[in-house]
Design a protein around this ligand. Structure first.
Ligand SMILES: NC(=O)c1ccc[n+]([C@@H]2O[C@H](COP(=O)([O-])OP(=O)(O)OC[C@H]3O[C@@H](n4cnc5c(N)ncnc54)[C@H](OP(=O)(O)O)[C@@H]3O)[C@@H](O)[C@H]2O)c1
Length: 324
């Protein structure tokens, strides 16, 4: 097998494409022939030694992937060779093969491509958990999505629409805003050239959004929070712009509003039954055509370094997927 190896976590430049022995699955494991792997934010942090999870060196990065099972280890009865699965195991995806814990593998629903499977779990699970569980989104409510053309943002638009909500998508370019409208957003705001607060006011008759989905952080957080509706729920999803913002606590008091933390990874570990039920609902929505991963482009696995550079350029819309 071949894989991108991280022997020294000092950044993308230090990754090397290496020939490695193809491993044999142990008890509870499966060997996957990887067909597609997507790039997620943590895939960059992990090779820079900046992610909370620090794998033993050397390791193969690539948190989320899909492929065909080639062999199963002892005790694995619910999966078999030849079956297509998606898996989010944290590492191992940027190569031709990997060992994965069988418990983390989800059989791909009928009609789901490996590319879609590799770009699904992290973004859709995060956005469903955020909107449906943490914010208790109701049909007819208005959701403001920041960074709406990104990975979790595009998933949030589709999930909010599937739930019967009205979506205002906010992003940094007209091209990104146009994509969000094609995905079903009811209105968009280009926050590079328009005032976020003024536009929200116009689009909500001064009432403000019931739910704000924020994976961006930085300067937009306080502006968006100041615009939120009475009894609004502000979802803290991530800080893609870098700085972690602070909020004056008089703001939630004045709006009777809630600041709601979202940590899908821990939700999945702490509440596995609820997470499994959510994944079943997402698979059903995929089958009904209500949601579909937005893939910016597919690139050959050997071009991983170029894909990382593209991810850092802030021009990606949806997800980047590496293919074998
Ligand atoms: N809480 C959780 O459970 C959870 C789960 C998954 C991901 N996350 C977090 O959510 C965040 C977004 O993840 P993602 O996969 O959607 O990332 P992404 O696809 O890169 O999208 C992030 C968006 O943030 C905006 N942005 C603003 N300033 C940026 C900058 N300086 N560099 C890059 N992007 C910038 C961009 O939109 P504009 O150009 O339109 O501003 C971009 O589309 C990350 O911080 C990630 O760690 C959290």
């Amino acid at each position: 097998m071949q894989a991108w190896l991280c022997e020294n976590p000092i950044g993308v430049d230090a990754l090397t494409w290496k020939e490695l022995p193809t491993p044999v699955p142990q008890a509870g494991q499966v060997l996957i022939n990887i067909k597609a792997a997507s790039l997620n934010f943590p895939d960059l942090l992990i090779v820079q030694n900046k992610y909370q999870m620090k794998p033993t060196l050397p390791f193969v990065p690539g948190s989320e992937y899909a492929g065909v099972i080639e062999a199963v280890g002892e005790g694995v009865t619910h999966l078999k060779p030849g079956q297509s699965v998606a898996c989010l195991s944290g590492t191992g995806g940027f190569g031709t093969h990997t060992l994965a814990p069988a418990a983390l593998c989800l059989p791909l629903p009928a009609g789901c491509s490996h590319e879609d499977g590799a770009a699904f779990i992290m973004t859709y699970a995060t956005s469903h958990h955020a909107l449906m569980d943490r914010a208790q989104l109701k049909p007819g409510e208005t959701v403001l999505v920041l960074g709406a053309a990104g990975g979790v943002g595009t998933a949030a638009i589709q999930i909010a629409k599937a739930a019967g909500a009205r979506v205002i998508a906010a992003a940094s370019t007209d091209e990104k805003c146009a994509l969000c409208m094609r995905l079903g957003a009811d209105a968009s705001i280009n926050y590079t050239r328009q005032s976020l607060r003024d536009e929200i006011k116009k689009l909500t008759d001064a009432k403000g959004p019931d739910v704000v989905y924020d994976p961006v952080g930085g300067d937009f957080t306080e502006q968006a929070f100041r615009s939120i509706a009475w009894r609004g729920r502000y979802l803290v999803v991530g800080f893609a712009s870098g700085p972690i913002p602070s909020l004056p606590l008089n703001l939630p008091l004045l709006k009777g509003a809630s600041i709601v933390g979202v940590f899908w990874g821990d939700f999945a570990k702490r509440e596995p039954a609820a997470n499994a039920a959510m994944m079943r609902e997402l698979a059903a929505w995929y089958g009904q055509g209500k949601i579909k991963p937005v893939i910016d482009r597919c690139m050959p696995m050997a071009e991983l370094k170029a894909a990382y550079a593209h991810m850092g350029s802030r021009s990606v819309m949806g997800k980047l997927v590496m293919v074998n």
